[in-house]
Structures are given as structure tokens and as C-alpha cells.
Ligand binder design. Structure first.
Ligand code: FBP
Length: 550
């Protein structure tokens, strides 16, 4: 297979590990844990995996002999840079613990476990994928593991392959399912452990013990490079406003991080829009005011970063989407039998309450239809398919036209739209993600050898050099609370949204007025894989600010 010169060199990169994982490991039990909320409910739903202690790893003097273990690995959900290094980390970690250990990869996501499609991951295969982006080594998928029939099919294949542990590499929903699976297997005494790994470019799977999800670092660096390039173009030609939607289904972590890296004129933070109860018109007005202000300084150009999930955080649109979800679920068969988008619009619009119907009717037609498109397997609107950036351009154009007629706007407004998402999800992992993921994989292997189940691999103290990182395990139940999903209360890992009282947002908020009026762009350039550590190994600004002083 032909590979690029960079890929060739990058294959030889040896990811850095925390000290505790460099030789022999000792597991230290820390304090017992509780779920972040709804303790009684979570405890009764997870009697075998609730309340387990946090685990940290320390260096040990002597080696322990571990029995042979075969392990299965699953990549779940959207791609995130570094997934291949988690797998190579598990592989190397298992071989180090016992050279006879085997690693199997289930194909195409969780569905592979149920359908019994798998390959054995040998060193020849793993070596080809070290330090590369993508999930193509075994593929990924969004099948939800939630039925006991699926779990039983999983045990069947595990017995056949003599697999005694599964590693689920996924986001909040997949790790929730991993915990349900761990609980079920313990309850059934099936002899299959389950360990989770925190993956998602969205950055919304984190808490005190999980400092970041893997892939966030690389994806944000890729988007920031592109935003920087666009800003330089804007500042050179001085004639376009660029509206850039950034992936990250719900939370605005990606938008915020890219703003910290590039200093755009505007970055909308969905969580703030919701907290301030802003309407769509408020958002449009706030953008238009900045455009008008810059125009008054003869700067008819700029950049606007828009989080992918914005539409679900504008309170009135959130209500509208919830009503649409209910109507589409309640009348699923009839709704799906409707032939045209217009029929679907007419049908759902009649079922909405008066306020939602009014809002729905005023949205541009393409947005109406996009809001009626298929939901993902977790019941979420596929926000990556909703063209919020184009909608905002249309609405800002209208407002400025009106203001011009009133003499309130004297400039010109020409806009370009962009959406950055898939561009960053399979990028070659940054050194941070390459090291972090390889460490997560090694950590998962150690947790497995110590017979743990229902834990998520955790690497902390990531602001420091990798040597000082703290590896260990976090009981997944610790991250859970009860939430309404599809009309029922369910135990789920709480999504970590942008904290408006957190240091990254506060830093941004203290600078944004200056960035809006002046042109203070930063041009980060491409990810560097070779060169000074100050350039190559830096974590995200979000992580540095969050961990400041810790
Ligand atoms: P995960 O939560 O599975 O990591 O996926 C995140 C994500 O990249 C979102 O940012 C985006 O909205 C979604 O996946 C897109 O999904 P798809 O790949 O199915 O188009």
C-alpha cells in the first residue's frame, strides 16, 4: 500500500507514556465513589458496579505474572483522531502483560459484537495503523448496545473466542452502554469484563477524573489551522465575512477552543445563548451589531464561529425540536410513509403548539426540512446536517439591509459559509492525542489484567509532560445521572457542557469585545509532529486553562 512520506516517518514515532506505565504497575485503590447525582436510582440500577473506588497506577518494583487473557475491542460512534493508538496501546499493553494474550477487533462498531464479525489484530495489522488517524483498522458504527438479547449474543462470541474482556472506545452514550453491559455480565456471572475509553472530538465527555476525551485536541488544531488561514485571507482581501460552523453536536467546546486559538471577531457559545434565554433574532442582532461596528471602521470583513448545536440551545427552537421529536416518534409509521418534505412539514406543523408552529413557519424552508430529517440511533437531531451557518447569513443580510434603509448600517456585507467537521475527525493525531490514546490503551490493558469491570480508563494531569501523567480507572457509574430519553428516565453519563463560570469561557468573555472590534487574529498554522516540544506537544488552551493552578 502506498503511504505518504509523513505517514512513513510517523510510523516510527514512539508515543510517550506516564512513568507508571513505563515498567511494572501497581494498582492503588483510592476513595469509594458515588454518582454525580441521583445516587439512589443509579445504585439500585447498578448494584455490582456502583460505589467502586477510583484507581490510580503507581510504579512497582516487581513484575506480576498474569494469566492469558483474550480481549475484544470495539470502536463506537463518530471517528476521533487517536483511535488507532488506543488499539495499539491495548495490544502492546496486553502483550507486555503476557505474550500469549490475544486482541480481537469487532468490525463496524458495536454491531460487530452482536453479528459476530471480527478479526484477530496481529502485530502486522496493528503496526500499519500506529499513529494514524481514522478508525479504519476495524471500522466504527452507531449500533446501540442496550437489549439483553444483544448482550447475550456478545457473550456467545466471547465464549467462542475465549474472550474475557471487552474494551468499548466511545462517547458518553457508548460508555453508558458499556457500563450497562458490564453490570449485566457481572450479574450473569458470565466472566466478561467491560472497560470504556473516553472518545469524542466534541470534548463533552469529561469531569474531574477524565480531563478530556481523545480526538478533541487534534480536531480543534485542524479547525484552528483552517480558521487561521481563512482569517488571513479575510484580512488580505478585506471583503468577506466568513460564517464557520464547527462540529460538536451539543456542547460548544470545539467553538470555544478554536476561538481561544484564533481570536475571531465573533464566537457564539450555545450554552450562553441558552442561559441568557436568547431568541434567534437576539443572536442575529448581536452578530449584525458587530458587523455594523466594524463597517463603521471600514472593516467590512470578519469571522464568525458557530457551534453545530446552536439551534438546540435557543430556548424556543429547543421546545420546537422536542415537540417535533415527540410527534415524529408517536406517529413514526405514518410520518415515514409521507412522500414529500412539504407533506411532512404540513403534518407536523399542525400537531405543534401555537408558539412552536409560529416559529417553525418563520424558519427558512431548507431548515424546516432539515429539522424533519431522520434522527440518529440515539434519537438526536443530526445537527451536522442543519445549515445554521447559511441561515444566519440570510438573517443577518436581511437585518443589515433593513438597517441600511434606516441609515444605521453604512458598510457592505458579503458572506461566505463553511462547515468544518469531517475534515478534523480522522486527521493524523497530534503528539498529545497520539500519547494520550496510547496511554489510555495501555491503561485499559492493565485494568483488564487486574480483573476490573465497569471502569473507564483515565489519564490525568495532562497539562504536564507525559512522564507525570497519572493513569488509572474511574468507575463509569461515577459519571452518571438520570435523564429523560425517549420519554423515559434513564441512567446516562452526564454530558459536560461549556461551564460559563469556568476559566476557558471567562478568559474568552474577557477578550471577546476587543477581538470583535479590532482585528486580533492568530494564525496557528498546521499541527507539527516534529520539532520543539513547545510547538509539538502542547495540549489545548481549554485543558491548560481548566487545569491552571491544579
Ligand atoms: P461521537 O459523539 O460519536 O463522538 O460523534 C460526534 C460527532 O462527530 C458530532 O460532532 C457530529 O454531530 C456527529 O458525530 C456526526 O455524526 P455522523 O458521523 O453520523 O455524521
Amino acid at each position: 500500500m502506498a503511504i505518504s512520506a509523513l505517514q512513513k516517518e510517523r510510523r516510527t514515532y514512539v508515543p510517550k507514556l506516564p512513568k507508571s506505565l513505563q515498567s511494572f504497575v501497581k494498582l492503588v485503590d483510592e476513595k469509594a465513589t458515588e454518582s454525580i447525582a441521583d445516587q439512589d436510582d443509579i445504585k439500585s440500577l447498578f448494584p455490582h458496579t456502583y460505589g467502586m473506588p477510583l484507581i490510580s497506577f503507581e510504579e512497582a518494583e516487581t513484575d506480576t505474572k498474569y494469566p492469558v487473557k483474550n480481549v475484544g475491542v470495539i470502536l463506537s460512534g463518530g471517528q476521533a483522531p487517536g483511535g488507532h493508538n488506543v488499539i495499539s496501546g491495548i495490544f502492546d499493553g496486553l502483550k507486555k502483560l503476557n505474550p500469549n494474550n490475544k486482541l480481537y477487533g469487532f468490525l463496524g462498531g458495536p454491531g460487530g459484537l452482536v453479528d459476530h464479525t471480527y478479526i484477530e489484530l496481529t502485530s502486522d495489522i496493528v503496526d500499519e495503523y500506529r499513529n494514524t488517524g481514522g478508525f479504519d483498522i476495524i471500522g466504527s458504527g452507531r449500533t446501540k448496545l442496550e437489549e439483553t438479547a444483544q448482550f447475550d449474543k456478545g457473550v456467545e462470541i466471547c465464549k467462542k473466542l475465549d474472550i474475557s474482556a471487552l474494551v468499548v472506545i466511545g462517547g458518553d452514550d457508548s460508555n453508558t452502554n458499556a457500563c450497562v453491559l458490564a453490570e449485566y455480565y457481572l450479574q450473569q456471572n458470565s466472566g466478561v469484563q467491560v472497560i470504556g475509553c473516553p472518545k469524542t472530538i466534541d470534548g463533552d465527555l469529561k469531569n474531574e477524573m477524565i480531563e478530556t476525551s481523545f480526538g478533541f485536541d487534534t480536531a480543534c488544531k485542524v479547525y484552528s489551522e483552517l480558521i487561521g488561514n481563512i482569517q488571513r485571507d479575510a484580512n488580505s482581501a478585506k471583503k468577506y465575512w466568513h460564517f464557520i460552523k464547527l462540529m460538536g453536536r451539543s456542547a460548544s467546546h470545539i467553538g470555544l477552543e478554536c476561538a481561544l486559538q484564533t481570536q475571531p471577531n465573533i464566537c457564539i457559545i450555545s450554552e450562553e445563548v441558552e442561559q441568557k434565554q436568547m431568541t434567534l433574532d437576539d443572536v442575529v442582532t448581536s452578530i449584525s451589531e458587530i458587523v455594523a461596528k466594524r463597517a463603521a471602521n471600514n472593516e467590512n470583513f470578519g469571522t464568525v464561529l458557530i457551534p453545530e448545536g446552536l439551534i438546540e440551545f435557543i430556548p424556543s427552537l429547543k421546545t420546537l425540536i422536542a415537540e417535533l421529536n415527540d410527534t415524529m416518534a408517536e406517529h413514526e409509521t405514518y410520518f415515514n410513509s409521507l412522500q414529500t418534505d412539504d407533506d411532512k412539514f404540513q403534518f407536523t406543523n399542525e400537531k405543534l403548539n401555537a408558539e412552536s408552529s409560529k416559529i417553525f413557519s418563520t424558519l427558512p424552508q431548507n431548515i424546516q426540512y432539515q429539522l424533519l430529517a431522520d434522527r440518529d440511533p440515539h434519537g438526536n437531531v443530526q445537527v451536522s446536517k442543519i445549515e445554521t451557518e447559511k441561515m444566519l447569513i440570510d438573517m443577518v443580510t436581511d437585518k443589515l439591509r433593513y438597517w441600511k434603509s434606516e441609515g444605521k448600517f453604512k458598510g457592505t456585507f458579503n458572506a461566505q459559509n463553511h462547515f468544518f467537521g469531517y475534515e478534523g475527525r480522522c486527521a493524523s493525531p497530534s503528539n498529545f492525542d497520539a500519547d494520550y490514546c496510547y496511554s489510555l490503551g495501555n491503561t485499559a490493558a492493565v485494568l483488564i489484567s487486574a480483573e476490573k469491570s465497569g471502569y473507564m480508563a483515565s489519564i490525568r494531569n495532562c497539562k504536564d509532560a507525559a512522564d507525570n501523567w497519572i493513569a488509572g480507572g474511574v468507575p463509569i457509574t461515577m459519571l452518571m445521572n438520570m435523564e429523560r430519553r425517549h420519554g423515559k428516565m434513564k441512567p446516562v453519563i452526564q454530558k459536560a457542557l461549556v461551564k460559563l463560570d469556568g476559566k476557558p469561557f471567562k478568559f474568552f468573555a474577557s477578550r471577546r469585545n476587543e477581538w470583535a472590534e479590532k482585528t486580533s487574529y492568530i494564525y496557528p498554522g498546521p499541527i507539527q509532529y516534529f520539532g520543539p516540544s513547545s510547538v509539538c506537544d502542547q495540549p489545548t488552551q481549554t485543558l491548560l486553562l481548566e487545569q491552571e493552578g491544579k
